[in-house]
Ligand binder design. Structure first.
Ligand code: FAD
Length: 272
């Protein structure tokens, strides 16, 4: 696939996950080959409106799944397109989760809000290759219970694939089975994994990832266990515009997934 020029992709289905968040099923032109790693993203281009980075949530036989929250100009327009309409697509960009490096280790996914989108395909890969991994721990935080996307999938991971699934809602008044009140980081106290043999994959607001790392470090998890998917606003996806720079790195071409030791000096600093 070309990274410089968008290729046409046709909307064949749109699912409203919760109000304001939809999943687009986009069919690529018949001959367009597409291969990607879990954790990569595409640039979706709405003709005459603009282009945005959106994580690849899944893909199968020429159909790509992208889950989009309508936050601004382009995403609002993208979530209002109609089945049959064509948009432009460039990608895949960036790198992905370290699923090969994680073989024979415990996997810990910590996500918040729509941060779960880039992790879903990786979790499904781990489930499909369950024998390659030891424990799988999935922690997801939302504001309200009804904000949880793909509830059924979490239930299936818990009930049928021997995963520990812990969910937190920060703005609920009363707890319910499987739910804890509070921030996703508060779930860490109940997470069951080997601190000396784990890979921790995180995606969500940087403040959440910073708090999670601090807490895990206190438990004894070493810096080189963490991989972070970073989100920064950018224009080009090719390291030209500079909007997504973190120290010497660009989120668009060196990320979005970073091994924590590489970005540690700049992580959490404003202005970087
Ligand atoms: C690698 C990567 C993967 C992403 N994956 C997804 C995804 O799967 N689904 C999804 O819905 N969005 C995702 N995003 C975010 C998405 O690209 C932005 O929401 C989008 O660019 C907003 O464009 P807009 O024109 O709609 O909003 P704008 O009009 O540009 O901005 C609207 C508001 O959102 C804020 N904003 C815009 N972009 C960002 C950003 N990246 N981080 C923080 N605040 C921002 C602005 O400050 C403003 O307040 C991803 C971003 C990156 C970098």
């Amino acid at each position: 696939m070309t990274k410089a020029m968008p290729i046409p992709a046709t909307l064949i289905n749109m699912t409203e996950e919760i109000p304001g968040i939809v999943t687009l099923s986009l069919k690529l032109e018949a001959d367009a080959p597409f291969e990607c790693h879990y954790g990569q993203f595409n640039m979706l281009y709405l003709f005459g409106v603009g282009e945005v980075a959106i994580s690849i949530m899944g893909w199968k036989e020429g159909v790509l799944l992208h889950t989009v929250r309508a936050v601004g100009r382009v995403t609002q327009a993208l979530t209002a397109i109609k089945v049959g309409q064509q948009i432009g697509l460039r990608g895949p960009f960036g790198n992905g989760w370290p699923l090969t490096e994680a073989i024979a280790k415990d996997l810990v996914f910590i996500t918040a809000g729509l941060g779960c989108a880039p992790a879903v395909a990786a979790i499904n890969h781990a489930i499909t290759h369950r024998q390659n991994y030891r424990k799988i721990v999935i922690l997801q935080g939302v504001k309200h219970r009804q904000d949880l996307l793909w509830k059924q999938q979490y239930d299936t991971w818990r009930d049928h694939h021997n995963c520990q699934v812990l969910l937190a809602a920060s703005e609920e008044k009363k707890g319910k089975m499987h739910w804890q009140l509070g921030l996703v980081t508060e779930l860490l106290n109940n997470a069951d994994f080997d601190i000396d043999n784990c890979v921790v994959m995180m995606c969500g607001p940087e403040i959440m990832m910073k708090a999670a790392i601090k807490q895990l470090a206190e438990l004894g998890v070493a810096d080189d266990a963490y991989y972070l998917s970073m989100e920064r606003n950018f224009q080009c996806g090719q390291g030209f515009c500079g909007h997504c720079q973190i120290g010497p790195y660009f989120v668009c071409k060196d990320g979005p997934v970073f091994h924590f030791p590489a970005i540690k000096p700049w992580f959490g600093l404003s202005g970087f």
